[in-house]
Design a protein around this ligand. Structure first.
Ligand SMILES: Nc1nc2c(ncn2[C@@H]2O[C@H](COP(=O)(O)OP(=O)(O)OP(=O)(O)O)[C@@H](O)[C@H]2O)c(=O)[nH]1
Ligand SMILES: [Mg+2]
Length: 287
């Protein structure tokens, strides 16, 4: 399988990000909690150098809680602040407020020594497509948010959202691209649904996910589809087609229909909370 990701826009996006990052104290980076390695951008560490860094493990409601904890430890060990969340929900946002204050305490202290009081922390949200940036901004800002308008002297045309007296958010998120040239990374992005399905081989993808679930989350496929887990992925897929009556016209089984069913139920969380990579072996191949 080959993956394509926003070619052509990349250089422009990166240049814009470089400009935007100069304006903020804190970079809030969203990653997908199911693939915290593969959903990161290779350039973000370079771009965000000298800024306070907060990593949000978003869509944690779909991820394996134990593995999410391991990833939080991993990121904290590397000097980031890290919080897990479901961006669609309001709870959790208070924690983020507190972590932002903590992450920016040096800046606040520096301001205070220079006699600058109450200058809000400026933050921007970055992440790869579909990771939940807009959802997060909407939930975090809530209804009470007010656009502060253009700030003369800071920059032209940038809109800031004043969250409260302590935090301002750049209102357009920075879209980054993943390490799409790596095929394992591409595969995992495809699995969570971040790559257009039309260009994917869903049958192949479903066999990979079945293989992975059989080895890492035994019991799940038997429970959901009544399949024999001692068989290989191909046989398991065939059994899912039979048990779920995935038929073509006539009496032939439709394995592609079964494959699509498995992908859909994985992505929507129906199969359970499943994480595709661990911090100990993030680059290891699936299955
Ligand atoms: N389950 C779950 N779904 C989420 C969460 N956050 C966002 N989503 C869903 O993920 C999808 C993408 O969310 P967006 O907020 O549009 O993502 P984005 O990063 O702004 O995407 P682009 O603007 O395309 O770069 C939407 O269907 C959201 O409802 C979360 O924490 N949990
Ligand atoms: Mg968006």
């Amino acid at each position: 399988m080959q993956f394509q990701w926003y070619p052509g826009h990349m250089t422009k996006a990166k240049r814009m990000m470089q400009e935007d990052i100069k304006l903020v104290d804190l970079v809030i980076e969203l990653v997908d909690a199911r693939i915290p390695f593969s959903s990161r951008n290779p350039d973000i560490d370079e771009l965000g150098r000298n800024k306070a860094r907060l990593i949000l493990l978003n869509k944690a409601d779909l991820a394996d809680d134990k593995k999410t904890e391991l990833w939080m430890e991993y990121f904290k060990g590397k000097g980031y602040y890290a919080v897990k969340l479901d961006s669609r929900r309001k709870n959790g946002m208070k924690t983020i407020q507190n972590v932002i204050a903590e992450a920016c305490k040096e800046k606040i202290e520096r301001d205070r020594k220079r006699g600058i009081l109450n200058r809000p922390v400026r933050a921007m949200v970055v992440g790869i497509p579909n990771v939940g940036k807009s959802t997060f901004i909407n939930t975090f800002a809530g209804k009470a948010c007010a656009k502060t308008g253009n700030k003369p002297g800071v920059t032209k045309g940038k809109q800031w959202i004043r969250l409260n007296k302590n935090v301002e958010l750049l209102d357009t998120p920075g879209i980054l691209w993943p390490k799409f040239e790596d095929q394992t990374v591409g595969m995992r992005l495809a699995m969570i649904g971040s790559i257009k399905d039309e260009i994917l081989n869903m049958d192949e993808l479903s066999l990979e996910i079945i293989k992975y679930i059989l080895s890492e989350y035994s019991g799940i496929l038997n429970q959901r589809y009544g399949v024999d887990e001692s068989k290989d992925a191909q046989m398991v897929l065939a059994e899912i087609a039979v048990n779920r009556k995935c038929m073509k016209k006539g009496s032939e089984y439709d394995y592609s229909k079964a494959a699509a069913l498995v992908m859909d139920e994985f992505r929507s969380g129906v199969l359970g909370k499943i994480t595709l990579e661990s911090p100990a072996n993030p680059e290891e191949n699936l299955g």
